[in-house]
Ligand binder design. Structure first.
Ligand code: ZN
Length: 506
């Protein structure tokens, strides 16, 4: 063949190569739009999120490793099967704490009074203490310092939340941090005052992991807290009698997992997760019925509409979240140990969130523009959605073990009447609080976003290696994740021997 002809052929070939992907790209986008349209219909007109949550809520609480919790795991498993999935259980051990009794008796104005109270989780099995009440107000480091002399051997009275949080830049210290500060100053017990008006008692863990703390810690209502404070202000020296009994034992719990297969030969996956478990005091409508049942409806709608994204979508219903993210930590540990961490392309978390007005890219600067673009496409279908983007890491939920593993995380920006959220972790967090649109809109926006991220075949967002993650978390003032919650220790243990090295292995 003559040289000229070869060049001609080569040029033709190049033109072909160039035009083929273009058609293919157009075809891909067309198909994506068709799939989105079907998915939107199923999530919107076919929504079953609200009615399924109502059914589950009528059964009461879903506390991990109790009869109720086990039943909830099974109901979700069966539902996923009914929708056409092959679900699986992921078992993990958990040190489970359950409450028996708590009582608080104080002499006020010459009269003995009993107060309504709830133990915080992971407080001692059996404890009876007597001591003077020392009010440390908001319980910030400076408050503890100011009262340091009086605290030793006595009982600390402290707010469960910083009251004027807007004027305070440090963020609200977790209840476990407050208890640790009290113990460090020699307190023998802690009484925390709920910030909301009315007879609302809250629970939650005061441990950093699932081990018991050393002193009893209980919650009282705002009103009772005010009465005690008034008495102290008027010069009364108040002596409290505080008694608690609880149980603790090793048990097993199960995350429930289902996969929608994608086309990617590399088997990468987008994980959409939210915790199914609740505390024992309510059916957990906002924490986190709304999140887990949005996810259940997204799973239903993806099957019903027959979508096949580029990457796999894995739906995970976590247990043991309330005890310290135990289910999601166990999952990440297993993924690391089996060398499958790289399979996780993105993690999307729904917890205590509904009726999204936007999304939170959790500090991943490089994700903002793509997520914003995807959000605009969702808005094209779903007019009420505002697509506001914020970019700040949040903690205290199952996204933390993923963030520590260097995986990009997405959460929503909720638009719910804030007064409803005050019932979280209380005996009043029940179904009547949820409006149908709160959960339906949540499933629509997060379902479409999950599909778009799973289907973004040309978007190459890389997981961070150890050093990059450390830098990322530290720079964003999440140093506590590295030091306190044992997450970092887990990652370091599993990846030791490769200091600073890449963890990209297969
Ligand atoms: Zn929660």
């Amino acid at each position: 063949m003559k040289k000229r002809n070869i060049l001609l052929l080569l040029a033709m070939g190049l033109t072909l190569c160039k035009s083929e992907p273009k058609d293919e790209k157009a075809e891909f986008l067309k198909k994506e739009k068709e799939q989105l349209t079907k998915l939107y219909q199923s999530l919107n007109e076919g929504s079953q999120a609200y009615s399924e949550l109502e059914k589950m809520s009528s059964l009461g609480n879903r506390m991990t490793a109790t009869e109720q919790g086990t039943k909830a795991e099974e109901i979700i498993f069966e539902k996923l099967k009914e929708y056409g999935y092959e679900p699986r259980f992921h078992s993990f051990p958990i040190n489970i704490w359950t409450r028996q009794n708590a009582s608080l008796r104080i002499q006020i104005g010459g009269k003995t009074e009993d107060f309504n109270t709830l133990s915080f989780a992971y407080t001692p099995k059996d404890s009876h203490i007597k001591g003077r009440i020392i009010d440390v107000g908001n319980g910030l480091p400076e408050d503890f310092k100011k009262h340091a002399k009086d605290i030793k051997g006595n009982i600390v009275l402290v707010n469960l939340h910083v009251l004027d949080i807007k004027n305070y830049k440090g963020g609200n210290p977790h209840r476990s941090t407050r208890v640790l500060s009290a113990i460090a100053k020699g307190a023998i017990g802690v009484i925390m005052v709920n910030k909301f008006f009315g007879e609302i008692l809250a629970t939650g863990t005061v441990a950093k992991d699932d081990k018991l703390v050393k002193v009893p810690a209980i919650c009282i209502s705002f009103r009772d807290g005010q009465r005690i404070r008034d008495a102290i202000q008027s010069g009364d020296d108040l002596i409290a009698n505080l008694q608690i009994q609880n149980n603790q034992e090793m048990a097993e719990a199960r995350n429930v997992i289902a996969t929608l297969p994608g086309l990617d030969p590399l088997g990468k996956k987008v994980v959409l997760g939210g915790h199914l478990d609740t505390w024992d005091v309510s059916s957990g409508a906002f924490d986190n019925g709304i999140g887990s049942f949005s996810i259940l409806d997204i799973a239903r709608a993806m099957k019903e509409s027959g979508v096949t994204p580029h990457r796999n979508v894995e739906f995970v219903f976590w247990m043991g979240e309330e005890q310290g993210l135990i289910g999601s930590k166990a999952y990440i540990k297993d993924q690391m140990e089996s060398g499958k961490l790289d399979e996780i392309y993105y993690y999307i978390n729904i917890d205590l969130d509904g009726n999204p007005k936007g999304l939170n890219t959790q500090g991943w600067d490089s994700a903002i523009s793509t997520i914003k673009e995807m959000g605009n496409r969702v808005k094209g279908f779903h007019k009420p959605y505002k697509n506001v983007i914020v970019n700040r890491p949040t903690d205290s939920s199952d996204n933390v073990p993923f963030a520590v593993a260097g995986i990009p995380v997405l959460r929503m920006l909720r638009d719910i009447k804030e007064e409803k959220l005050k019932y979280y972790h209380s005996n009043k967090d029940n179904f009547y609080l949820i409006e149908e649109d709160d959960i339906k809109n949540s499933a629509i926006v997060m379902g479409m976003m999950t599909f778009l991220i799973a289907n973004a075949r040309d978007w190459d967002i890389k997981r961070l290696n150890v050093e990059e993650t450390k830098k990322f978390l530290t720079e964003r003032n999440k140093h506590w994740i590295l030091t306190e919650a044992n997450h970092w220790k887990l990652r370091q243990t599993l990846e030791s021997g490769k200091p600073g090295g890449s963890i990209e292995k297969k």
